[in-house]
Design a protein around this ligand. Structure first.
Ligand code: MG
Length: 397
């Protein structure tokens, strides 16, 4: 498999987005998280990318350390006098152990969707380079001078695109193009321009509106608004749903919500068949988009035979904790004719709350019959439904 590195260009002084006292825009907070950290995060989360290097202004070392605290990154490289020089420094830093492919991304594009990374990487299978791009929606006018100005021409927007980042390239030819441009004193505003001049085969692929570059104070407001609509890195409040059913069989008790309830039948299952904890585990996994209980604890695995289902729920809770998330609320409904659930609901809430390490006020357990209808009404088994609401903070908070 090809080795792919990412270069994040963060060396600009970019103070147009605020007063100079605010410092460079890539270190300002967007939705409580530094812009640079948001720009880095999709690459760290991308399974195709094995290393990442950031080019920074030497004066920003302290801000860089704060913005990237806790992230697994190699040391930053010093930027140069121009964007092109900064990219070249980063490429030279990678050249000692060259990757096959490299993606070059602007730190000022903090809301990059992972789909754009996937598209430019996919294009490298057939081309030397790929650039995400967007068509131009507005009619283009050429002015005779600064505004107000007489219109010199209306320019056809047909076949015109705005270039975004990350731009992806085969590493060796891009490095060669940078070295040649530096030797000849040529400067370009993006890497594709150098690659095109070098005769490389660079294609445009579909970009994304969210991959906008933050340049002005208005761009910051727009980016904040996009974040508020759930666009950008996965954070915020999420809800997951879980459903489980187990069949009755011979036995003297059922285990529901971690509580043993004497009964004239038991529930059949690979584990202890606790439908309440299974449904709730699936609800939390669902809120995290982490698959389902069968993915994490395959029924084919003998280790889970007869296992107490609190293990499954505790695992889901640990995945939530690993992302610094919190359970806001869980609500479970048990569906059965018998046994009666109400006398045990309080104990089930306490047990679930203790497994999840939350206050019992955040856990609800209730029950209903199905009016003797269907398989539950005939007393063939017990079902449970669960909803979990979790909060996932942005990566650095
Ligand atoms: Mg189950």
């Amino acid at each position: 498999m090809a080795r792919t590195a990412a270069v994040i260009v963060a060396a600009g002084r970019g103070e147009r987005a605020g007063s100079p006292a605010d410092g460079p825009k890539q270190y300002r907070l967007l939705g409580g998280v530094p812009v640079l950290r948001r720009a880095i995060e999709p690459f760290l989360a991308s399974p195709g990318i094995s290393e990442l290097v950031v080019a920074i202004h030497p004066a920003d070392e302290e801000a860089y350390r704060r913005a990237t605290a806790g992230l697994a990154l190699r040391p930053p490289v010093p930027g140069g006098a121009s964007r092109q020089a900064s990219v070249r420094n980063a490429l030279e830093a990678l050249a000692a152990d060259p990757p096959d492919h490299v993606l070059v991304h602007d730190a000022a594009r903090p809301l990059l969707p992972p789909s754009v990374i996937a598209r430019v990487l996919a294009a490298l299978a057939e081309h030397d380079g790929a650039v995400p791009a967007l068509a131009l929606p507005d009619t283009l006018k050429q002015a005779g001078g600064s505004l107000p100005s007489r219109i010199a021409a209306t320019v056809s927007r047909e076949a015109l695109y705005r270039a975004q980042t990350p731009q992806a390239f085969r590493f060796a030819p891009l490095l060669a193009a940078h070295r040649r441009a530096a030797a000849e004193g040529r400067d370009a505003t993006d890497d594709a321009a150098l690659a095109e001049e070098a005769g490389l085969d660079v294609v445009l692929v579909e970009g994304a509106a969210e991959a906008m570059k933050i340049t002005t104070a208005e761009d910051f407001l727009l980016a904040e608004a996009l974040l508020g609509r759930g666009i950008g890195p996965a954070s915020g409040t999420r809800t997951g749903l879980g459903v489980d059913v187990h069949r009755f069989g011979p036995g003297t008790a059922v285990v529901l919500g971690g509580v043993r309830i004497p009964h004239d039948e038991g529930l059949l299952g690979h584990s202890d068949a606790d439908v309440v904890l299974h449904a709730l585990t699936d609800a939390i996994l669902g809120a995290l988009a982490e698959g389902d209980i069968g993915v994490h604890f395959p029924p084919s695995d003998e280790r889970w035979r007869g296992a107490p289902s609190r293990l499954f729920l505790a695992h889901a809770a640990s995945l939530l904790a690993a992302r610094s998330g919190r359970l806001l609320h869980a609500d479970v409904t048990v569906l059965c004719e018998r046994p009666r659930i109400a006398p045990h609901a309080a104990a089930m809430r306490e047990t679930i709350a203790s497994i999840l390490a939350v206050d019992a006020g955040r856990v609800s357990v209730k029950a209903t019959t199905t009016e003797r209808l269907g398989f539950l009404g005939r007393g063939e088994g017990i079902a449970a439904q669960a909803v979990a609401t979790v909060y996932l903070p942005a990566p650095s908070s």
